[in-house]
Design a protein around this ligand. Structure first.
Ligand SMILES: O=P(O)(O)OC[C@H]1O[C@H](O[C@H]2O[C@H](CO)[C@@H](O)[C@H](O)[C@H]2O)[C@H](O)[C@@H](O)[C@@H]1O
Length: 270
């Protein structure tokens, strides 16, 4: 069975009306949560083909400084992948990986559930399936993704195979952009609620930036905690309050926030 992206369906956009661009908040009042792929970095044909430039790490470091350390990445990738991709720039950031199933914050350290025998068995079955069906196989700390971006005509094959194998091991398959994942349970909204307990973030308003279906849980959590969701994608039914077109627009918005907060080095990031 393919799992529903969220138990709470996204709020519709009334009458098809688009959402406005987010205003610039006072950095002293907010905690900023960023999805990774499709939000902070451009999507690429395969998981390893993304480009993570140094300017992104520097932007996030400056944002962290401007907000008093209240910047987090909330991603479907594992924390180990983000460490590898971001290098030294990952060190100062709070990170929720594996769609919220693992977290690493200054207050909690690394909260990482153990892999289960069912996940181990499903991983091997999915590896064999992906090889036979010419799908891109991505093994992660707490799950597996089968990607069909390079073979879009194989979407149904990927989804049906993932659902069948997940079901055989008591797991669920979750759809994403041009891929399907089998993984241990995780929820980006729950991750936001948990990270907002951190003394540095408590009492501030969470803003969540994301593009994919699993980010809807993050948007809903941000709204429930008096913050806001920002969709980084074309208009769609969403629980977000604001919208920006793409990764470049988000980087421009971050630079504007940094400039407003008095950051003197922002122009060198463009
Ligand atoms: O929550 P995110 O940070 O957005 O992670 C979601 C998944 O992102 C990655 O897949 C996506 O990006 C790939 C590289 O651009 C692209 O080829 C793929 O089509 C996208 O779905 C990542 O590989 C997955 O593990 C994440 O779960």
């Amino acid at each position: 069975m393919i799992a529903s992206p969220s138990p709470n369906p996204p709020r519709g956009v009334p009458g098809g009306r688009d959402l406005s661009a987010p205003p610039l908040p006072d950095p002293a009042t907010v905690s900023l949560f960023f999805d990774f792929d499709g939000t902070l970095v451009e999507l690429a044909p395969t998981p390893d083909a993304i480009i993570v430039d140094d300017a992104l790490g520097m932007r996030l470091a400056r944002l962290s400084e401007a907000t008093g350390g209240r910047v987090a990445i909330v991603t479907g990738r594992s924390i180990a992948q983000i460490d590898r991709l971001m290098g030294r720039h990952a060190e100062g950031l709070a990170i929720a990986g594996s769609h919220g199933a693992e977290r690493r914050t200054p207050a909690e350290g690394h909260v990482l559930p153990a892999r289960t025998p069912e996940l181990e068995a499903a991983t091997e079955a999915l590896r064999t399936f992906a090889e036979a069906e010419r799908l891109v196989f991505e093994a992660k700390t707490l799950g597996v993704s089968l990607h069909y971006r390079t073979v879009p005509e194989r979407e149904a094959v990927a989804r049906e195979g993932a659902a069948r194998i997940a079901g055989a091991y008591g797991l669920s398959a979750h759809p994403g952009k041009m891929m399907v994942e089998v993984r241990l349970p995780g929820d980006k909204g729950a991750a936001v609620h948990a990270m907002m307990q951190d003394p540095a973030m408590a009492g501030t308003k969470p803003w969540f930036f994301g593009d994919d279906v699993t980010d809807e849980d993050g948007f809903a959590a941000a709204a429930a905690l008096s913050g806001a969701g920002v969709l980084i994608d074309p208009p769609r039914d969403t629980a977000a309050t604001y919208r920006l077109d793409d990764v470049a627009a988000l980087r421009g918005w971050i630079d504007a926030l940094l400039a407003r907060s008095g950051d003197r080095a922002t122009e060198r990031l463009a």
